[in-house]
Design a binder for this molecule. Sequence first.
Ligand code: BES
Ligand code: MN
Ligand code: ZN
Length: 500
Amino acid sequence: MVKIVFVGSSERRTKADLLITGCFSGQDLDRALLALEPEFSMGAKTAVKRHRFSGKFGETLASFGLKFREASEAMLLGLGPRDKFFKLCARKTAGNLVKAVRERKAGRVRILLESFVSPEVSKESLADLFTETILLGTYDFRKYKRSADAEPQQPIIFEFMVSRERDCAPLKRISEKARKTADGVIFARDLVNEPANVVNPQTLAAAARKMCKAEGIQCRVLGIKEMEKLKMGGILGVSQGSLTPPALILMEYGKKFASRGTVCLIGKGVTFDTGGLSLKPAGGMEKMKYDMAGSAAVLGALKASASLGLKRHIVGLVPAVENNISNNPQRPGDIIRMFNGKTVEVLNTDAEGRLILADALAFSERFKPGMIVDIATLTGMCAATFADQAIGLMGTDSDLVEKVKAAGQESGERCWELPLWDEYRPLIQGKQSDLKNIGGSNGGTITAGMFLKEFVPAKTPWAHLDIAGTAWCETARHDCLFGSTGVGVRLFLKLLSQKD
Ligand code: BES
Ligand code: MN
Ligand code: ZN
């Protein structure tokens, strides 16, 4: 449990366990520290000299060996040069802050907010970025650990101190908004971290229904019968080998804002990807519970959009299936007919994401979207290309692609564009069908994008996000300890909040 509060420096306060102040390289510490407590300032100055603390980014200096009134322990956090302290640095700094707090098991941390202000990062941005990153950086999926019941985690209070008490109220409002964003990310993370024996297409649909009901979002779930009627050969084909029936989850928020144009968000919801008959190797297959991270991003973004009251008409579509093998799975070589009538030779049953997304993309036409963005853990090749550092971005509309790039930059969920040139089209040309579901051995991320493009409603701006590399965090980073990252939620919220 994390509490975030704002206090003015003249307010009465209880002693903290840890006091943190930011420190730019080359900065004169005196003024910031002296205002607070003379002893503190003196101790810090001696320590800075003795330990040659220079304020390099990420550098820390703790325990000056003096007793303070303000806190049991004090710490300086290096921020690097002030004019190079950008928003991403602020996010990483919040990560360092969380790390320090965790290591010390501090319960009440007091942070001098203004010590982190730079030309690029205002107090207001700090309230936003720090709140978001602290909540995400302390998130831990512990529900299946017995110790979690035995010893409930102690609450941590992050107390941001500002010089003027009247700044507290507006900063608090910003922080509360950031918490709603973080709640959306956490909702997505929880769904992805749940194992596939818990989250399957049916339980995912139930979770969507429950969330939508709580947030006042409209929700409808199409079952297998309806999809058969609609001839959604892609979703039905992939789902054929699973004992859990598929679901197509349709969510709609903010219809009254439709005059601004409808945004369709489509998320890949493969609750487990065995590869089907084109079976994946055993090593690493357990990770394929995160093959529904795209769907979780759509659900999380809708939840946060509703709780923030965004003025946009948003339609979320989630095709949910399990790619598994039973006594009648889809076979390599099967030719299926998709919702839009095109036929596809399924040369590899492990290239299933594009099959279910294709039906959802084509189906989205009935919502008359002004733009469509899909998000999917689509290709291993994308993870091979960008590792965990960038989302693979492709699209048909340069305007939308630029908007998505900007949203990625703003949210810290950075995207990198790959081309969808017509010259790639022959790679997915079918021999006995219109299309085949795999390209050659090269350009796998692009050929997957080329395949999807075939199903995008005519004249509709569309962008595709491949999050195979960014949806899972293997080693701790500033905003995620381990496991699902909830990638996409923050990017979507920035995208949806952009002005026209
Ligand atoms: N879900 C996988 C992609 C994936 C791989 C995501 C690793 C995250 C980590 C997708 O369904 C898949 O299996 N893609 C194949 C496509 C190939 C058969 C053309 C792949 O990437 O190997
Ligand atoms: Mn697959
Ligand atoms: Zn998959």
